[in-house]
Design a protein around this ligand. Structure first.
Ligand code: GDP
Length: 301
């Protein structure tokens, strides 16, 4: 339900346009496919993904001898679902059963990284886990304070140092403190500077090294936070971060604020990184695991 509400802008826009298209075209022909292609690209599905999809639909039309557009509608959702579910993995996070789980958050400023960390801290607390946050974004003005506000809101300790200090030193402190308090989940913020790819890469490497020196397999997840309202910009950020570090999952925020939720499809299909969670609002319980089937079928209902 929550997912459906949060996606309402995308759903209404997509459904409205689809219905309109299907009403205008009764028979499947080249013009219909051209308009369908435009519609999907307009919903930020991504050119590459759309072209693939249209090709596959044309094959199905031939194979199944589909003549009417009404017969094609279920095939579209079927194919979209396949694109999202390529590798069959789910949104489950790599949680450690008996040890501390360390999760690193990366992403550029403004995408909703701090908010996501706060929401996730809340989610783990609700599951009965003990949580700590590390204020590793020592660069952006106000980032530390903002994380502290979330810490107070959800009742979670924040390990921090002064603004401008070395993020790796903050991580070292945080890991020590989390270990001594037997914390279940440590959520680590990082700085989101993209201007200098080499520096970004170096900083993330250093932070990861400090963490893994203390906890061998950590960080257990590196989650890239992307803003769905930025469309194809989010795609290019994903590519850049993917080159800078090993990203294990994506969190797509602000899906509630866009009618172009098709970006989920482009990300899933064109990058080899699963979308694990989505942000559907600014409040602490507005974070939902991403369910590809629910997403696609939600578009048509
Ligand atoms: P950061 O710079 O990446 O840490 O971004 P913030 O966490 O400060 O978020 C930037 C703005 O986006 C804030 O106003 C948040 O309330 C808002 N925001 C974050 N996630 C969501 C979301 O899922 N939906 C909506 N509507 N707003 C969000």
């Amino acid at each position: 339900e929550k997912f459906k509400d949060g996606m309402s802008k995308t759903r209404e826009s997509f459904l409205g346009k689809m219905n309109e298209l299907f009403a205008r075209y009764r028979t499947v022909d080249e013009d219909f496919f051209e308009e369908l292609e435009e519609l999907l690209i307009g919903a930020d599905v991504g050119v590459e993904t759309v072209l693939e999809l249209i090709d596959e639909l044309k094959d199905e039309v031939r194979l199944r001898n589909i003549k009417d557009t009404s017969g094609l509608a279920p095939v579209i959702s079927e194919k979209l679902a396949e694109k999202l579910d390529k590798t069959g993995e789910d949104s489950a996070l790599n949680m450690q059963e008996n040890d501390m789980t360390v999760i690193l958050f990366v992403g550029v400023n403004g995408v909703g990284k701090t908010t996501t960390i706060g929401k996730m801290a809340h989610m783990f607390k609700e599951e009965g886990k003990s949580v700590m946050m590390a204020a590793g974004d020592t660069f952006r003005a106000g980032a530390i304070e903002q994380l502290e506000v979330w810490g107070e809101r959800v009742g979670v300790d924040v390990v921090k140092q002064q603004a401008g200090s070395d993020p790796a030193a903050v991580m070292y402190d945080a890991v020590q403190s989390a270990k001594s308090k037997n914390v279940d989940v440590l959520l680590c913020d990082t700085a989101g500077r993209l201007q200098n790819k080499v520096n970004l890469m170096k900083e993330l490497e250093k932070v990861k090294k400090v963490i893994s020196r203390e906890i061998p397999d950590a960080p257990h997840e590196v989650l890239l936070v992307l803003d769905a309202t930025t469309g194809q910009n989010a795609m290019s950020q994903a590519k850049t971060f993917g080159q800078a570090t090993d990203v294990s999952g994506i969190i797509l925020t602000k899906l509630d604020g866009t009618a172009k939720g098709g970006i989920v499809l482009a990300i899933r299909n064109e990058l080899d990184i699963p979308v694990k969670y989505v942000g559907l609002g600014e409040k602490m319980d507005d974070l939902q695991p991403f369910d590809s089937e629910q997403f696609v079928y939600g578009l048509f209902k």
